[in-house]
Design a protein around this ligand. Structure first.
Ligand code: NAP
Length: 281
């Protein structure tokens, strides 16, 4: 069933993308494990994966990657897993316009530009699967993650709209909403924090110290963290099921917060979210 089905995955240098690339490759899919840096493309190839260079922050890179991909698959693509993203930490009031733009360039604009290049191919085939990697933080918000929260809410809006627009086309659209997963995400977030947030000038200087401890912590930082294979299981369902789900919750926190969001008034929800982020308050 999976034989020769080509799948493009973004952000395979680490974490969820890397895990899913190997799992799907082992299942017999023709996986294109993309990464934005050349050295990671070489590294991925050395592990026996097909790899492409694809930087979501660059339209040229997206165009080049899609052209190379289609040359290698004779114009076909079964699945697109929009996985790549990073988290820009920082209080909303400390985010410069350029920092917000940069966050959206990768997580939202690049992701959607890539998707829009793939949709005509899937429409012509009459089938395909587009799967976004969202987050519990596209359902609920936590303090000092406003840029990332907003980018993941934006993906929810795009995915939900696209599903309506692609109804009857044979193309499935799903979004996976993980809670905490073991990956390089916090390490990469810490770099963005150091690059873009001026702690000394911030009203939230003391809160940032709590946040730094979480971002720098080695290993698991919060309860109910799962390995990336937990996301893979949902991805596999979204690719293989005749009836892929619109939304896939992963981890206990996603189920808990997703349910609370539906039943609590905003005031009650805010109370819960302030409590769970107390080390940063
Ligand atoms: N880990 C979690 O707890 C968690 C929870 C909910 C949702 N997620 C989502 O899961 C997805 C994968 O993240 P992860 O946890 O596996 O973190 P990760 O290990 O940091 O992986 C993120 C990947 O995205 C890539 N990336 C960043 N900017 C890019 C760009 N401009 N173009 C192309 N690729 C880019 C990174 O490449 P470089 O190595 O080159 O930076 C890396 O390969 C993300 O969408 C994230 O939001 C993660």
């Amino acid at each position: 069933m999976s034989k020769n089905k080509a799948i493009l995955i973004t952000g395979c240098s680490s974490g969820i993308g890397l895990c899913c690339a190997h799992e799907l490759n082992n299942k017999g899919y023709q996986v294109f494990a993309s990464a934005r840096n050349k050295k990671d493309v070489i590294w991925l190839k050395s592990q026996g994966l097909n790899s492409l260079q694809l930087d979501l922050a660059s339209s040229q890179s997206i165009q080049n990657a899609v052209e190379e991909l289609l040359n290698r698959t004779e114009g076909q693509l079964y699945g697109l897993f929009n996985n790549a993203a990073y988290g820009q930490p920082g209080a909303v009031e400390d985010l410069q316009r350029s920092v917000l733009i940069e966050q959206f360039e990768t997580n939202v604009f690049g992701t959607q530009e890539l998707t829009n290049r793939i949709i005509p191919i899937m429409r012509q085939q009459g089938y395909g699967r587009i799967i976004y990697n969202g987050s519990v933080l596209g359902i609920i918000s936590l303090p000092f993650r406003g840029a990332y929260n907003a980018s993941k809410y934006a993906l929810e809006g795009l995915a939900d709209t696209l599903r309506l627009e692609l109804y009857g086309s044979g193309i499935g659209v799903s979004i996976i909403e993980p809670g905490p997963i073991i990956s390089a995400f916090r390490k990469n977030s810490y770099k963005k924090y150091q690059e873009n947030i001026n702690k000394e000038a911030s009203f939230f200087k003391r809160n940032y110290e709590g946040m730094e401890n979480r971002l720098k912590k080695q290993g698991v930082a919060v309860p109910f963290t799962l390995p990336p294979e937990a996301v893979y299981k949902k991805l596999e369902h979204a690719l293989q099921s005749k009836h892929p789900k619109a939304h896939y919750y992963v981890t206990f926190p996603t189920h808990l917060f997703g349910t609370l969001k539906r039943i609590l008034p905003a005031k009650g929800m805010d109370w819960v979210l302030r409590k769970v982020s107390k080390e940063e308050n």
